[in-house]
Design a protein around this ligand. Structure first.
Ligand code: CDP
Length: 212
């Protein structure tokens, strides 16, 4: 079984994806980490964020072991990742790693921006997790604070809006809900309620498929 979970920054898709994977005994890949690790490698090369050639080289050389670094969750890496993710050649270089992961016999949950629309268009279940920009900024502010990267709420909200615009406005695999995805708005839900709603949504899709 393949479950595709997409949505904007700090929507709760990672939390929901991880819990759904554990619930069904599936492997989980946070595909944002691929773009974050590529961005980190470009920075290490000393190249500029908008250097497409450096991005492509970094993406081609990426290995699974590069995804474990906790530093990848850093605020600035997220920003760089969204710049690099707009280059079609970078996205292309990361396709195989994602599709190979999805093809595992154990089944998989992948979360990102273009999983249901592009990476796994035939996924068994697709969820699109979202929340208001204000609520997502509130969550990200708390997350950053907990990691010792305290940032004023206003700045985080501005970051979120800029990232939404970049991720939705780019021509290569923009962030958008797949036509056959189930919408999960977590604005009014805490993590436990969002997880419960996510599992309920998956169950409903699986039931409707069994009935067909
Ligand atoms: O955790 P957060 O939602 O802030 O970011 P992320 O999921 O780690 O993704 C970081 C950036 O990578 C996003 O802003 C996207 O530009 C890009 N990304 C993408 O283009 N496609 C994906 N499948 C996953 C992430």
């Amino acid at each position: 079984m393949i479950i595709a979970i997409d949505g904007p920054a700090a929507s709760g898709k990672g939390t929901v994806a991880k819990a759904i994977a554990a619930h069904y005994g599936l492997e989980h890949l946070d595909t944002g980490l691929l773009y974050r690790a590529t961005a980190a490698a470009v920075r290490k090369m000393g190249a500029a964020a908008d250097d497409a050639q450096a991005g492509l080289r970094a993406a081609r050389e990426l290995k699974a072991g590069d995804l474990a670094d906790t530093f990848l969750r850093n605020r600035h890496i997220g920003e760089l990742a969204s710049i690099i993710a707009a280059f079609p050649a970078v996205r292309e270089a990361l396709i195989t790693m994602q599709r190979d992961f999805a093809a595992r016999e154990t089944g998989a949950v992948l979360d990102g921006r273009d999983i249901g629309t592009f990476i796994c268009p035939d996924a068994d279940v697709k969820l699109f997790v979202t929340a208001s920009p204000e609520e997502r900024a509130r969550r990200r502010t708390l997350e950053l604070e907990a990691r010792g990267e305290a940032t004023p709420y206003g700045e985080v909200l501005a970051d979120i809006r800029k990232r939404d615009e970049r991720d939705s406005g780019r021509s290569a695999a923009p962030l958008k809900m797949a036509e056959d995805a189930v919408l999960l708005d977590t604005t009014e839900l805490d993590a436990q309620a969002a997880i419960a709603a996510g599992i309920a949504a998956v169950e409903a899709v699986l039931r409707s498929q069994q009935g067909q």
